[in-house]
Design a protein around this ligand. Structure first.
Ligand code: 3HC
Ligand code: NAI
Length: 713
């Protein structure tokens, strides 16, 4: 019920009087982020309520699907605008009139901090509460590091802030983050009913800054020390986690006001850090790649039944990803024994969930009831989508797609999980190339987030839109790619791995290279990774490519020598490293060193030493140069698509944003200068990408290509 006394607010805030309660609805789609207008409006609303004797309480709610998704991330890095969010939160907390927050959906970052500044909190069942700032290289900077520990204790507060995880309404109640869990989906209705109760009871204004969870100083210090020790070990070069611990230490040591000043200092340090820029870049890039020109133009086809051809490593993992999303899956294999292995590969995943207590036996059975198998392709007659994951051989793929063309209904989407092969050629094996697309999953397919959506020459736009819709329902991070040998990721990997191989033949050990790349921020080095994935995969690809290889190009044969000995990596107990008795971590192998020495002699190389820094520079220069080629040839839509691919599929450190963002940070002229210097030794390998050269000449960076509206090349 609107009354004449309602304060005049901005479109992003709606204020309505309900008797003596002022209902303030934050209405700033899509996630009610706390941009400058919302902040100003909230101050005005609290001031208006304070002045109006007819108002006894203020209720804060969010319009749409969420309470508040946090501060407006788009404002980071721009000149700050008053009022600052911590001041708005302080103003809310200082109000002499009761302020209550009724939250639903995303209640994150600054959104939760605002709720914590209110005097009472109610959460609806849809609520997801959290302080995820750490994922953006930040700390909760609107009083979150000061109020949360005072409310729920330092240990729990740190766990929430360092993990950034979301908690549901029931857990929030158990932790003491909220006072009550409501029912239904209408935050305004549930909130108004509760505020009336609070007013009737004469509930006092209650300020979180005065909450007493830090009273037992010794126990709280113990929790902070423990968090500091684990963070120092686990945070691996990340900047903001230890700042979060410092801020909570200030909550314990200082009065509230002084703690807020300290929080601000630490927040600004994080805000100004390159890691914040990298992580915010990654956040927006991940959301950009979820869209494509086709998703805007075409409607996805409905997908209710899916077929998977092949039940090996990838087929089984893809089947699990589909089953996890609630879809029924029909698996096709070559014979009964292979089909039984395929089913066992799928069942193994769910059995381990049961063993770890993540799933009940009954739930496991219910999921597996949606799996069916056959050795006859006719079982796919009514599938809406089929994903092929058979051997990486063109003739086998062509035969499979000819069969799919024969049995599948009209309009079914026919997808291949090929890593490298020409999808135009695979599509030509059918009479309906418009329905054929690449869906390149990464191993393990039920866990890895990246999905390269490879659009072939004749793929129809609604098939592309269907692939993006599928990615969303599988909770994958999709990236649109074009057809070439290896698409975006594997094509780039082949090149920067060659750069590493050159360095190895020229004098560095696999251990030194792996160590240098890990120190840069990768979770695992290239040779450790090769041993984990199986060196036979790369060997098969190199053999396939051999006939088209430029005979003048440098070709390091060390990996081939290891494969000829059957040293494929962890699965054979040795590869670049030794894995005695099924060990997961490798130890240096003197026999591998002997192979490397022999290959240096054969290639006429006099070994020299490398610094870790030079190794990283070569690795990154090769990666960025090939990334530029991939964009130049329109295999990737934009540099940010390369970034998301490398971060989510290849372990590139997310806090650097991705290789293209990293290159912008280092400066493209510096990368180009490195490439030109390395080209003195090997001009064939180190050919600067025409796009990189052009950007440098024009004084532009990769970011200038991420937003086509401002594109100049
Ligand atoms: N600021 C600005 N834009 C935001 C935003 C934010 N906090 N959160 C989301 N958006 C934008 C997205 O970029 C996207 O824009 P687009 O449509 O133009 O691509 C749109 O909102 C929708 O986002 P999603 O596609 O992610 O929507 P979902 O419904 O899948 O998820 C969400 C919603 C859970 C809120 C998710 O967007 C999210 O996790 N957002 C970030 C939450 C966060 O990190 N908050 C902390 C911010 S930092 C902070 O608060 C600092 C404070 O301590 C001072
Ligand atoms: P795999 O060898 O583990 O499994 C292949 C399966 O296909 C086997 O079970 C085999 O019996 C079955 N198969 C072969 N021909 C068939 C046919 N005509 N009809 C039905 N089933 C048939 O191989 P993997 O690793 O699962 O790879 C499959 C595909 O996925 C390949 O194209 C590969 O390049 C690609 N890929 C592999 C990744 C990996 O990390 N292993 C990652 C991403 C893609």
């Amino acid at each position: 019920m609107n009354s004449a006394a309602d304060p005049q607010l901005i479109p992003q805030l709606i204020a309505q009087r309900h008797d003596d309660i002022l209902l303030v609805t934050i209405n700033n789609p899509p996630v009610n982020a706390l941009g400058v207008d919302v902040r100003r409006g909230l101050l005005d609303a609290i001031d208006a309520a304070e002045r109006d004797p007819a108002v006894a309480a203020v209720l804060l709610v969010g319009a749409g699907r969420n309470f508040i998704g946090g501060a407006d991330i788009r404002e980071f890095g721009l000149p700050p605008q008053e009022p600052r969010l911590p001041d708005v939160c302080d103003r809310i907390e200082a109000s002499s009139k009761l302020v209550v927050a009724a939250v639903h959906g995303a209640t994150l970052g600054g959104g939760l901090e605002m709720a914590l500044a209110a005097h009472y909190r109610l959460a609806l069942p849809s609520a997801k509460l959290g302080l995820p700032e750490v994922h953006l290289g930040l700390l909760p900077g609107a009083g979150g590091t000061q109020r949360t520990p005072r409310l729920i204790g330092a240990g729990t507060a740190l766990e929430l802030m360092l993990s950034g995880r979301h908690v549901d309404a029931a857990e929030a109640l158990a932790l003491g983050l909220v006072d009550r869990v409501g029912t239904g989906e209408d935050a305004a209705a549930a909130g108004l009913a509760w505020v009336r109760e609070l007013l009737a009871e004469g509930a006092p204004v209650r300020r979180t800054r005065d909450a007493g969870a830090l009273a037992d100083r010794a126990a709280q210090q113990g929790a902070i020390d423990a968090a500091r020790a684990t963070t120092a070990k686990k945070a691996r070069g990340l900047f903001s986690p230890l700042k979060i611990v410092d801020a909570v230490q200030a909550a314990l040591d200082l009065p509230f006001e002084a703690g807020m000043v300290r929080e601000r200092e630490l927040f600004v340090e994080c805000l100004d850090s390159p890691q914040r820029a990298g992580l915010v870049h990654a956040f927006f890039a991940e959301r950009e790649t979820a869209k494509s020109p086709e998703t805007a133009a075409a409607r996805p086809r409905p997908i209710a039944k899916v077929g998977v051809v092949g039940g090996g490593t990838m087929g089984a993992g893809i089947a699990v990803a589909l089953l996890d999303a609630g879809l029924p899956v029909t698996m096709i294999e070559r014979d009964d024994a292979a089909l039984a292995r395929g089913r066992a590969n799928v069942a193994k995943v769910y059995d381990s969930h049961v063993a770890k207590g993540r799933l009940t036996a009954a739930a496991c059975e219910a999921v597996l009831a949606r799996w069916s198998g056959s050795t006859a392709y006719d079982a796919l007659a009514d599938a809406d989508l089929v994903i092929e994951a058979v051997f990486e051989e063109m003739a086998v793929k062509e035969a499979v797609f000819a069969e799919l063309d024969r049995v599948c209904k009209r309009g079914a989407v026919l997808a291949t999980n090929t890593s490298y092969l020409d999808i135009d050629r695979i599509a030509a094996a059918t009479s309906r190339p418009q329905d054929v697309i690449g869906l390149h999953f990464f191993s393990p397919a039920n866990i890895m987030k990246l999905l390269e959506i490879v659009v072939a020459a004749k793929t129809a736009p609604d098939v592309v839109a269907t692939a993006f819709a599928l990615a969303r329902s599988l909770r994958k991070t999709p990236v649109r790619a074009g057809v070439c040998d290896g698409f975006i990721g594997n094509r780039m990997l082949a090149v920067y791995r060659q750069a590493a191989d050159h360095v190895m033949e020229d004098g560095a050990s696999p251990q030194q290279i792996d160590r240098a790349i890990r120190a840069f921020g990768y979770p695992i080095g290239p040779y450790e990774m090769a041993d984990l994935a199986g060196n036979d995969i790369g060997w098969a690809t190199r053999k396939r490519r051999a006939p088209t290889r430029d005979p003048r190009a440098r070709y390091v044969q060390i990996a081939d020598r290891l494969c000829e000995r059957g040293w494929f990596g962890q699965k054979t107990g040795r590869g670049f490293y030794l894995y005695p008795d099924g060990a997961r971590t490798g130890t240096p192998d003197p026999e591998v060193q002997a192979v490397i020495d022999a290959e240096r002699v054969r290639a006429g190389v006099t070994p020299r030493s490398f610094t870790d820094e030079e190794i990283v520079r070569r690795y990154l220069a090769a990666m960025v140069n090939e990334g530029a080629n991939v964009v130049h040839e329109k295999i990737a839509l934009r540099p940010l698509d390369v970034d998301v691919t490398l971060v989510h599929g290849y372990g590139f450190p997310r806090h650097l944003g991705g290789p293209m963002k990293y290159a912008d940070t280092v400066g493209l002229p510096n990368i180009l200068a490195d490439i030109r210097a390395f080209a003195q030794e090997d001009p064939l390998f180190w050919r600067p990408s025409p796009l990189l050269v052009e950007l440098v000449e024009r004084g532009h960076d990769f970011e200038s290509l991420n937003h086509p509206e401002t594109q100049t090349i």
